[in-house]
Design a protein around this ligand. Structure first.
Ligand SMILES: C[S@@+](CC[C@H](N)C(=O)[O-])C[C@H]1O[C@@H](n2cnc3c(N)ncnc32)[C@H](O)[C@@H]1O
Length: 343
């Protein structure tokens, strides 16, 4: 029996310890199930370190296994438990295409927690069965881009839709500055989408980049695309069946009221907005692709979202390890998530 221990990232939620350990355990199971890593006995163990998660495996884990475990949202460092209290560090290489700082630098009110975003991306990947060589991630309400950056550093092509023009512009400025300062080869261009009557649908931009010059020269690039537009028009922006995973932290109905250009004076409920948008999301998602949405249980209920997803042709994954993510963020936000696939 091989025993391992993961030391939690210092940013890991330690306030609600039991909740956070249960959530991390479910995420770890989802990652391992999807990548044929058979593990058992997942539990927090007290070895005189901050938060840890230990587990055992019948076989010795390989570098390929560590690649997936290194993406676990709680991951900070990994050890083999050699003896009861003797920990041997494992040198897990960093498999990101761009530095993690790309997700970490920006701090702003309304930012979705980085670790939680990573968890959602991991669940989406675990549930996704498109077998694509290159993953395309869509965040159809992307805010200032946390999900996009998380997908980008993982090597995916990423697409964002955001109704707030200021935030959309800030994403463009930030990404271009980040790539310039890091001396990464890139090319940026503006996008303007119109309908058949030449009426503007969206402004946006397209960036292609590579972490090294040789890749850029040979066309081995990653794409980051952003549309400043109402999410309900997503099907007009993005090709049918072109996204492998959709990951989004929905408006909480607290600080970030859902906005709609057509009903700018009326505030639509986040659930109403989601119901209106799901046909679009279904249109752009590949068959066997997955969708992970997080939401505030004070303003939207898991069961209502599950019904809406079901009515729009998605299959809700309502068994472990895809359930049990409800946790308290603050007084006004009790966050949950839902995972579904397109059959
Ligand atoms: C919870 S925030 C997402 C935060 C994001 N994950 C981040 O870390 O920056 C939800 C976002 O949905 C956007 N939103 C609300 N209604 C929208 C709509 N109709 N179309 C597109 N985006 C919308 C809001 O402007 C807000 O940026």
């Amino acid at each position: 029996m091989n025993k391992y221990l993961i030391l939690a990232n210092p940013g890991h939620n330690r306030v609600y310890f039991d909740e956070s350990i249960n959530i991390a355990t479910s995420e770890l199971k989802a990652i391992c199930d999807a990548n044929n890593i058979e593990i058992d006995n997942i539990a927090h163990v007290d070895v005189g370190l901050p938060t840890t998660l230990a587990f055992s495996s019948d076989r010795e884990l390989t570098m390929n296994d560590f690649k997936f475990l290194g993406y676990f949202s709680m991951y900070y460092a990994m050890f083999e438990i050699v003896d009861v209290m003797l920990l041997k560090p494992i040198d897990v290489p960093d498999f990101h295409t761009f530095p993690e700082s790309m997700v970490q630098i920006l701090k702003y009110s309304g930012k979705t927690n980085e670790q939680f975003t990573r968890l959602m991306v991991n669940l989406a990947l675990s549930a996704c069965n498109t077998s694509s060589n290159n993953i395309t991630l869509l965040d159809p309400m992307c805010g200032k881009g946390t999900t996009l950056y998380e997908g980008f550093i993982r090597g995916f092509d990423v697409i964002g839709v955001e109704i707030n023009e200021k935030w959309a512009n800030e994403i463009e400025t930030y990404v271009i500055r980040y790539l310039k300062e890091g001396r990464y080869k890139h090319k940026a261009s503006k996008l303007k989408l119109t309908d058949s009557g030449s009426k503007k649908i969206a402004n946006g931009f397209n960036i292609i980049a590579s972490a090294n010059k040789a890749d850029f020269k040979s066309g081995n690039v990653q794409k980051l695309q952003l549309f400043n537009c109402d999410t309900r028009l997503t099907n007009k922006l993005i090709k049918k069946k072109s996204c492998d995973i959709i990951v989004s932290d929905l408006p909480y109905g607290v600080k970030h009221k859902s906005k709609s250009k057509e009903t700018s004076n009326k505030s639509r409920s986040p659930l109403e907005l989601l119901r209106d948008s799901l046909p679009s999301y279904h249109h752009v998602l590949k068959t066997k692709g997955s969708i992970v949405l997080s939401f505030n249980e004070f303003t939207m209920k898991y069961d209502d979202i599950a019904i809406a997803l079901d009515e729009n042709g998605f299959n809700v994954l309502d068994n472990p390890p895809y359930i049990g993510y409800l946790h308290r963020v603050d007084q006004s936000i009790k966050r949950n998530l839902i995972v579904a696939t397109k059959g």
